[in-house]
Ligand binder design. Structure first.
Ligand code: DGL
Length: 276
């Protein structure tokens, strides 16, 4: 008897809830696939952690998602993408089936920004670890050596979003303080280089005015993934076409549901994940 081939899922990993925003747009654009979301909420935020720790945590998350039959893993977390992705792709991935792929969010955002900018002055707001890695500067200047990149670490934004304070006056004041120095640099394009910042897009728009282009990964990644799957049709054929999403959290599943459902728009059945 012929053995039926297993169909693979698409995994989306984030340190916490922010990646749900990216998943939401990906599922909307590509609804026919089967997804697994993993939020490492027990150990989030990653944004202030060392490169070594972020690498270890991200490797564990990737292994977990491969164990959940994912053929593609999207590292939705910018901090993990900038501190661990390249090393995982070049070293760690070799341990697994060579057909498995890991994609990040930095390159899609950088591609979009270099296409959109006219004056080649690009601003980036991100976590402390992402800014310290200089990964956005590396990717942006690889695509266009003539661009000037101005970064600003915004460590207070993730806690404010996680506390559901996106519309509070406090958040507006903090955001304005972070954005002012970038506005003085005459940027014409701004990358929201953190999963949580997409949720603040309207707040950012109010502060920077109508003319600066905003690059929000939740809007960019789905289109890039669509193109990627079209180009890699062999990989696309291995993917399950039985729509569905499984949610995993390393923290308390009920707590993940409580906070995550605000972002997701409805309640989720969340399972506990143990990473090692
Ligand atoms: N997911 C992280 C990122 O996109 C933000 C939250 C954290 O610091 O873990 O950089």
């Amino acid at each position: 008897m012929l053995k039926k081939k297993r169909r693979l899922r698409i995994g989306v990993f984030d340190s916490g809830f922010g990646g749900l925003d990216i998943l939401r747009f990906v599922v909307r654009a590509l609804p026919t696939y089967e997804y697994v979301y993993l939020g490492d909420t027990a150990r989030a935020p990653y944004g202030h952690r060392s490169q070594k720790t972020i690498y270890t945590f991200t490797k564990q998350a990737v292994r977990f998602l491969f164990q959940q039959e994912c053929g593609i893993v999207i590292i939705a977390c910018n901090t993990a993408s900038s501190e661990a992705l390249r090393k995982i792709q070049t070293h760690y991935l070799k341990r697994f089936d060579e057909k498995k792929k890991i994609l990040g969010v930095l390159i899609p955002a950088a591609e979009e920004a270099t296409q959109k900018t006219s004056n080649r002055r690009i601003g980036v707001i991100a976590t402390t670890a992402t800014v310290a890695s200089n990964a956005f500067i590396r990717e942006l200047t690889k695509l266009d050596p003539g661009v000037q990149v101005f970064q600003k670490a915004c460590p207070l934004l993730v806690p404010l979003v996680e506390e559901g304070k996106q519309n509070d006056q406090e958040t507006h004041i903090v955001l304005e303080k972070y954005l002012r120095p970038l506005l003085r640099k005459n940027i014409d394009t701004l990358i929201l280089g953190c999963t949580h910042y997409g949720i603040l897009e309207q707040n950012v728009r109010k502060i920077i005015g109508p003319d600066i282009k905003i690059i929000s990964e939740a809007k960019v990644v789905p289109e890039k993934l669509k193109k990627y799957l079209k180009k890699h049709s062999d990989l696309e054929r291995t993917l399950s076409k039985r729509p569905g999403i499984r949610f995993y959290s390393t923290g308390h599943p009920a707590k993940f549901n409580l906070l995550g459902s605000k972002l997701w728009g409805k309640t989720m059945r969340v399972e506990k994940a143990v990473l090692r």
